[in-house]
Ligand binder design. Structure first.
Ligand SMILES: N[C@@H](CCC(=O)N[C@@H](CS)C(=O)NCC(=O)O)C(=O)O
Length: 235
């Protein structure tokens, strides 16, 4: 791709990560600009009609919405991350949407105000992972040997659990061997690893600990908070 690409980002945003992963998988060079979502710059609001990250600037022209950005990248640059077959491609788009729903449940979990709500959201997340277990084949990725945009969506989903696993009573992935193997494969994929900064886990820990609610209360009762500057992610 000969265009100049800029990804307007936030350090913790899982939707940014899926775009960054797609860019890396295609070997496309891009500049990344992290913004403060708690104090959105005027220039950002001009290119982001919904006031959300990510935005991809293509020679200065803005594309917003992460799924649309991924589709644009897949339309314009090889290797294709979507299947060639139209029915399978539609199914992959549907599972990407399932990934967004899973992210919403994760946000509801870390926003739960009491233990009962936290347990309820934990059960809802487990149910989603059980649905995924039924979809997965031999792996290592969602659709087998080839990495796809569904993988780009779920790499950031599973990354939350590198932190959440330490602070929740129930194991999210027990009895789900295919999801466990998928999570492990995605955690090793260079594009997934490099979609966040090396201190991402510290940033996420700090973000979660400083919210109100049942999870934050549990975290505050355990380890010390790392002393780092903290951006705000509002999902
Ligand atoms: N549907 C959007 C969701 C993006 C999103 O929720 N981004 C969050 C950060 S992870 C955001 O910008 N929140 C700021 C706000 O809602 O004010 C996408 O897929 O791009």
């Amino acid at each position: 791709m000969a265009n100049t690409l800029t990804l307007i980002s936030h350090a913790l945003c899982p939707y940014v990560q899926r775009a960054a992963i797609a860019l890396a998988e295609k070997g496309i060079a891009f500049e990344r600009i992290d913004i403060d979502l708690a104090n959105k710059p005027a220039w950002f609001l001009q290119v982001s009609p919904l006031g959300k990250t990510p935005v991809l600037l293509v020679d200065g022209e803005a594309i917003f919405e992460s799924a649309v950005i991924c589709e644009y990248l897949d339309d314009t640059t090889l290797p294709r991350l979507h299947p060639e077959n139209a029915l399978q491609r539609a199914q992959h788009r549907a599972w990407m949407e399932f990934g967004s729903a899973t992210l919403n449940t994760i946000a509801a979990l870390y926003s739960a105000q009491d233990k009962a709500a936290l347990s309820q959201k934990t059960l809802e997340l487990r149910a989603k992972f059980a649905q995924l277990e039924a979809q997965l084949g031999a792996g290592p990725y969602f659709a087998g040997e080839r990495f796809s945009l569904v993988d780009a969506v779920f790499g950031p989903v599973f990354r939350y659990f590198d932190v959440l696993d330490h602070y929740t009573e129930q194991a999210f992935f027990d009895g789900l061997p295919k999801v466990q193997a998928w999570r492990a494969a995605l955690a090793l994929r260079p594009s997934v690893v490099e979609a966040v900064a090396p201190h991402y886990a510290d940033l996420l820990t700090h973000f979660l600990r400083n919210r109100s609610g049942a999870l934050a209360a549990r975290m505050q009762g355990t380890h010390a908070s790392p002393a780092i500057a903290q951006p705000v992610c509002t999902i």
